[in-house]
Design a protein around this ligand. Structure first.
Ligand code: SF4
Length: 75
Protein backbone atom coordinates (compact mmCIF):
# COMPACT_ATOMS: atom_id res chain seq x y z
CA UNK A 1 0.00 0.00 0.00
CA UNK A 2 1.19 3.52 -0.77
CA UNK A 3 2.09 6.04 1.89
CA UNK A 4 0.52 9.48 2.23
CA UNK A 5 2.09 12.00 -0.14
CA UNK A 6 1.73 14.68 2.56
CA UNK A 7 3.91 12.81 5.02
CA UNK A 8 6.98 15.06 4.74
CA UNK A 9 4.98 18.28 4.96
CA UNK A 10 2.21 17.22 7.38
CA UNK A 11 2.14 19.80 10.16
CA UNK A 12 0.77 17.28 12.66
CA UNK A 13 2.86 14.20 12.10
CA UNK A 14 6.08 16.23 12.19
CA UNK A 15 5.10 18.35 15.20
CA UNK A 16 6.38 18.27 18.77
CA UNK A 17 2.76 17.60 19.76
CA UNK A 18 2.79 14.33 17.83
CA UNK A 19 6.26 13.34 19.03
CA UNK A 20 4.97 13.50 22.61
CA UNK A 21 2.50 10.69 21.75
CA UNK A 22 5.28 8.10 21.71
CA UNK A 23 4.11 4.60 20.79
CA UNK A 24 0.62 5.86 19.92
CA UNK A 25 2.16 8.00 17.19
CA UNK A 26 3.77 4.94 15.63
CA UNK A 27 0.41 3.13 15.62
CA UNK A 28 -1.20 6.15 14.01
CA UNK A 29 1.47 6.24 11.28
CA UNK A 30 0.92 2.56 10.50
CA UNK A 31 -2.87 2.93 10.44
CA UNK A 32 -3.06 6.16 8.44
CA UNK A 33 0.19 7.55 7.00
CA UNK A 34 1.46 4.23 5.68
CA UNK A 35 -1.97 2.61 5.37
CA UNK A 36 -5.45 4.10 4.94
CA UNK A 37 -4.27 7.67 4.43
CA UNK A 38 -7.31 8.38 2.26
CA UNK A 39 -9.41 7.96 5.43
CA UNK A 40 -7.29 10.45 7.40
CA UNK A 41 -9.27 13.55 8.42
CA UNK A 42 -6.22 15.72 7.79
CA UNK A 43 -5.73 14.30 4.30
CA UNK A 44 -9.41 14.67 3.39
CA UNK A 45 -9.68 18.21 4.74
CA UNK A 46 -6.43 19.23 3.06
CA UNK A 47 -7.82 18.13 -0.30
CA UNK A 48 -10.94 20.28 0.27
CA UNK A 49 -9.56 23.49 1.76
CA UNK A 50 -5.80 23.32 1.19
CA UNK A 51 -3.15 21.79 3.41
CA UNK A 52 -2.10 25.17 4.80
CA UNK A 53 -5.56 25.69 6.32
CA UNK A 54 -5.74 22.33 8.16
CA UNK A 55 -5.41 23.03 11.92
CA UNK A 56 -2.18 21.59 13.30
CA UNK A 57 -4.05 19.89 16.13
CA UNK A 58 -6.60 18.04 13.96
CA UNK A 59 -6.09 14.30 14.49
CA UNK A 60 -6.38 11.76 11.65
CA UNK A 61 -9.42 10.13 13.30
CA UNK A 62 -11.32 13.43 13.74
CA UNK A 63 -13.42 13.14 10.59
CA UNK A 64 -16.50 14.85 12.05
CA UNK A 65 -14.36 17.82 13.09
CA UNK A 66 -12.86 17.95 9.59
CA UNK A 67 -16.34 17.97 8.02
CA UNK A 68 -17.44 20.77 10.37
CA UNK A 69 -14.38 22.85 9.43
CA UNK A 70 -14.98 22.27 5.71
CA UNK A 71 -18.66 23.20 6.03
CA UNK A 72 -17.79 26.35 7.94
CA UNK A 73 -15.21 27.48 5.39
CA UNK A 74 -16.94 26.33 2.23
CA UNK A 75 -20.52 27.01 3.30
S1 SF4 B 1 -1.52 12.44 9.47
FE1 SF4 B 1 -2.81 12.19 7.66
S2 SF4 B 1 -2.23 13.89 6.28
FE2 SF4 B 1 -0.61 13.66 7.84
S3 SF4 B 1 0.89 12.31 6.86
FE3 SF4 B 1 -0.47 11.02 8.07
S4 SF4 B 1 -2.08 10.33 6.66
FE4 SF4 B 1 -1.03 12.08 5.71
Amino acid sequence: MDSCDKYNECTYINSDLAKDMGVFLEALKVKYCHGDYKKCARYILGKKIGNDKVPQTLLPAELEEAIAIANKLLG
